[in-house]
Design a protein around this ligand. Structure first.
Ligand code: GLV
Length: 329
């Protein structure tokens, strides 16, 4: 019979090639809606489903699913109910590590782009409004010497810290906001003496740039709320390359409009792809279409890891990059 893989959206090489070498592959012609995906997973025709962030894999779907596993083409897995998958004996894999630097580059790009008003400046040039060098024209902010607050201190936050230190920023971090956990000397590693742990409240109040690097879960949903925004400095800039719902986007639009904070650089949105009303009209924002991991080599690596996870699960082995506790046991 051989293994049968369901791929909800075509992935780059070598992903599809690896899957085809290991079994039969069905790539859906267009992203499935929830009902379609649920029926396909329940059909018993597929061993493993290879999903994208937009595919919602929740308890009702998992309860009916007749698959051995779900391989998510992403490092984040907030689209999958991991506890339910574990309860139903369904393994889950993700693609950690390979997109760390690319995503940190996008965070740095948003820090620099908001500080130096790159979108406004580019637009102005294209509109023929660049009329010559002026002493007080298009003035932005210094990144060097500014305080960068990192919400989270995982792989991507650390890669941002590395870059920010190179730009002369003062780096603070809160490892698991809004709560805390001590990060000791060994865990700090190369950052010992270079970055400082701070309580979430201090991060909110002291950051010139507050950059989010937390997973989306019930603790972090609307971590940046209206209350948090009013406690930030009026000159502060919010950077989000993590997940949109970590920020209350309507509250952010209002804060940006009313000068509660100075700007925002966003690669993710609360209800993407649509944006909250008013966000796109604000000049003090840099808005990107969720491209943190979007480089040719990184997407190829994500394809490779997600295929290897899927193949391992189909062959009753542990996936090389498991998410669920079941796979870690
Ligand atoms: C992208 O957002 C990912 O989680 O890989």
């Amino acid at each position: 019979m051989g293994n049968h893989f369901l791929v909800t959206t075509a992935i780059p090489d070598p992903g599809l090639q690896l899957l085809s070498d290991a079994g039969q592959v069905t790539v859906l012609p267009e992203p499935p809606d929830y009902g379609t995906l649920s029926s396909l997973c329940a059909s018993g025709d597929y061993d493993v489903v290879l999903t994208q962030l937009r595919d919602v894999i929740d308890e009702p779907l998992l309860a009916k699913a007749r698959v051995k596993g779900v391989s998510n083409f992403a490092v984040g897995y907030n689209n999958i109910d991991i506890d339910a998958a574990t309860r139903h004996g369904i393994l889950v894999g993700n693609t950690p590590g390979v997109l760390t630097d690319a995503t940190a580059d996008i965070a740095m790009l948003l820090i620099l782009g908001t500080a130096r008003r790159v979108v406004e400046a580019d637009k102005l040039v294209r509109e023929g409004k660049f009329l010559g060098w002026e002493p007080e024209f298009m003035l932005g902010r210094d990144v060097s010497g500014a305080v960068l607050g990192l919400a989270g201190f995982g792989r991507i936050a650390r890669a941002v810290a590395r870059r920010a230190l190179g730009f002369g920023m003062e780096v603070l971090f809160a490892p698991r906001p809004p709560s805390d956990r001590p990060v000791g000397g060994e865990e700090l590693g190369e950052f010992a003496g270079k970055v400082r742990q701070a309580p979430w409240d201090e991060l909110v109040e002291r950051s010139d740039f507050l950059s989010l690097h937390v997973p989306l879960n019930e603790q972090t949903r609307h971590l940046v709320s209206a209350d948090v925004l009013v406690r930030m400095k009026p000159e502060a800039i919010l950077i989000n390359t993590a997940r949109g719902p970590v920020v209350d986007e309507a509250a952010l639009v209002s804060a940006l409009r009313n000068g509660i904070i100075a700007g925002a650089g966003l690669d993710v949105f609360e209800d993407e792809p649509p944006l909250s009303p008013g966000l796109a009209e604000l000049p003090n924002t840099v808005l990107l279409p969720h491209v943190g991991s979007a480089t040719v080599p990184v997407r190829a690596e994500m394809a490779r890891l997600s295929a290897l996870n899927a193949i391992a699960i189909a062959e009753d082995r542990l996936p090389p990059h498991p998410v669920s506790p079941l796979a870690r046991a």
